[in-house]
Design a protein around this ligand. Sequence first.
Ligand code: NDP
Length: 280
Amino acid sequence: MRTIDLPTQGKIPVLGLGTWRLGEDPALRREEVTAVRAAIAMGYRLIDTAEMYGEGGAEQVVGQAIAEALRAGEVRREALFVVSKVYPHNASRRGTPAACARSLARLGLDRIDLYLLHWRGQFPLAETAEAMRSLVDKGLIAHWGVSNLDTADMEELAAPDCAADQVYYSLGERGPEFSLLPWLRGRGMPLMAYSPIDQGALAEDAGLQNMARRRGVTAAQLALAWVLAQPGVVAIPKAVSETHQRDNLAAAALSLSADELAEIDRLHPPPRRKKPLSMI
Ligand code: NDP
């Protein structure tokens, strides 16, 4: 799996597994753990979760899947890159370490590889950044970053040690290309694209389906390959279905021709002016 350098001396795999909507229904727990474990077994190394998802349930699913994969010798802990996020209402000087401790317990890990502020809330960004730095100093997180922060927020944060910004970026939502993505690239900070298949909608996109048929792939794979073709961008599609997981892994190895990229631009044009960052 290709990796991208972080500005904080580390590397992040370009493709990961999203876990929003997991851990919400105890009746699905076994099936979800099996799905995350299958993803690890087929080569996923980056897993994205959050204390918000299933109110801790998704972290428990991820933790159980990792524990089983480690016990079975299917992966080494150092090979995994686990991302979690703190709720804005917990992101204070004291609340951040407390939330991190709860996430670590649910994940069954002694370190989160990348810990993000989920979105901007009532606490000053500088206070959250200080709390994050103290977690790095204690070795409880390897890197820290943010999510749903637009260019002006990033300017205000002014933190060269912020490792990444996770935002909504897909063919249906190309807004970040106007200023945020160039801003991040200029500082060597990866953009982590969430909802890269527009929550499944791009799989039904007629124009992409036409193109995909000619290429012998699926529309969702094209949508994902396009996101991954953007320099400095990581994508974290969520897939419980093993077929989707495999398709997405294969999409990371697809390269798009100049003609294909131009056709995609005609179907889903790049932004011509700044618009506020969209959030799901
Ligand atoms: P995605 O764009 O990843 O779409 C997920 C949906 O697409 C699921 O229904 C999945 O089905 C389906 N799917 C996945 N792969 C394929 C495929 N190859 N072909 C057809 N359908 C496919 O949406 P998400 O909103 O889940 O975003 C991904 C992740 O990003 C989240 O899970 C979460 O980790 C993160 N996120 C972060 C946010 C933030 O504020 N920081 C906000 C939103 C998301 P199935 O599961 O059945 O396989």
